[in-house]
Structures are given as structure tokens and as C-alpha cells.
Design a protein around this ligand. Sequence first.
Ligand SMILES: [Zn+2]
Length: 293
Amino acid sequence: MSLITGLSDRYPHLGFDDRPFAVACDDGWLGILCAFFANADKAMAAGGSFMLLQVKEKMGGLRINYATADIAPDACQAIADAHRLASVRSFHVCEICGRRGRLNNFRGLWKVVCEEHADGEFAKGVPFEGPSNPDDPYSPEADPFVAVRPTVPEFDAAPLIEGWLIEGQGESGPRPWLYGWFFGQPDISDGEHGHTSPIVQMDDMMPPRWVRTDSRLYRLGLYYPPAEREIRYWVQKLARRPVVQGKPPGGTDDMEAMLFFLRSTGRLRTMKIDRMEQAYREEQRDKEISRGR
Ligand SMILES: [Zn+2]
């Protein structure tokens, strides 16, 4: 698992063992884990100590081992409930990619996977057809955390947004939405720029590959950093052409050529282009620095 970093900052009331082998499941369950940590962190705000000992897959499901001390009985119960929820959710979420999944048997090994990941490199999964527990009150359809996740067929049929950008984040007011160039969306011509309805849930994998909005599910294509995206946006707008599917917005990855084009049109103020170029150069420099780390 690659994404478990900065947990102590995000969940200040929890303790984490930093050994890399403490977390041993695939990235698709990261969202389940983070929901558990958020619940546990809330419960621990009243005092006591919580130590995460181990995260692993057992018999196909998510198992979290932790130790608590000096905590109130209701906090203890809240954490136990959160753990149970994480465990039952894991049987409906692909451990590899986070889309809807089900328990499969791979030559004796159990793993929860989506239809795509059931077709493994070394073996084909056989879906578990056993009886469900009639006493189990959990229903994945009634749990929004699971229900918003796409199945593979739904994902494959969803329209695509290239060059997406989240807008309206962090403001009190409407929920955030996405801008981008749309393909396969019935209300927007292919390659046109537009925006979605408010976001219900976004894929918790990095990079995210889907988003569910009030109106529909979308697949997410390429992401460009904001300054680079702004240059691509203006090139596309001033060229008055829709984006060609499979081609980057702006038609090329040659940023110098795009900046040259913007200057040559004479339709944007030089100051605006200079500002975009400067922001782009800074973005590239930051990328170099974070890559060198
Ligand atoms: Zn999957």
C-alpha cells in the first residue's frame, strides 16, 4: 500500500506504527480505512490512547488490529462499530481499485475484486455464491459509501472528462463541481468544455478515475496542473475547435508552441499571457523539486 502517509497529521488522536509492513492490503481499500480512522479519531477526541497495530486482508476481508487504553466504554463501542463497518464494507469493494467488488476465490485464495480484477494475470476468480447471513443487517445498497461506487460495466459506459479541474472547493456554499472537456455526454458535444453538476463522491484512488455527480457517473481522463490547464484552455478557446478525443487539450504537449500561438492571436492581453506563462514555469519548477525529493 503506497498512500498511507501523513496519517498522524490527519487523525491527531490516533497512534500509528510507522513500520511499512503494518499496512498490508491493496490501495482499493484506502477509502474504507480512512473512514475508519476518521470515526476512531472522533471517538478518541474524548481522551485515552489508540494504537494501530496492523491492517491486513484475512479470508478476503479487511482486518484492522488496534489497541486502546484508558477510553470510555462508549468510545470503545464506537470504535468497535467502526471496525465492523469497515470489515463488512470490504466485502463489497474491490481491494485493488476501489470500485464495486465481490468475494472471489482464486485457486483457494480469497480476494474481493471487481469484474475487471477477477480476470487476473495468473488466475480467474470464481465468485463466492454461498448463502448470505440472514442476521446481518448490513446492506451495501443502503450504505452510500459503497453504493456510489461504480460497477465495471457502469464505469465502462460512463462519459469521459479530459483535463478535469475541481471548482468551488473549500467555500461555504454550493458543493464543488468539475470543469473539463466532455466526451460521450449526451447533453454536451464531444470535445466541448463544460461543467458537471455538484460532486457526490470522487474515487479515493490516486489518480482518481471516476466521479459521481448529482446527475451521473463520469470517467476521469488526464489531469493537468492548473496553470498548464489554463494555457490549454485558452488555446482551445481561441482556436475555436473542440478537443479531438485522444489528443491533449490544446492539440499538443509543446507548451512553447501553445504560448507562441496565444501571443500570435493578439486576442489576449500580453500581461495575461505573461502571468499564465510565469505560473506555468513555477508549476514546472515545483514539479521538479518534488520529483527530486
Ligand atoms: Zn477492481
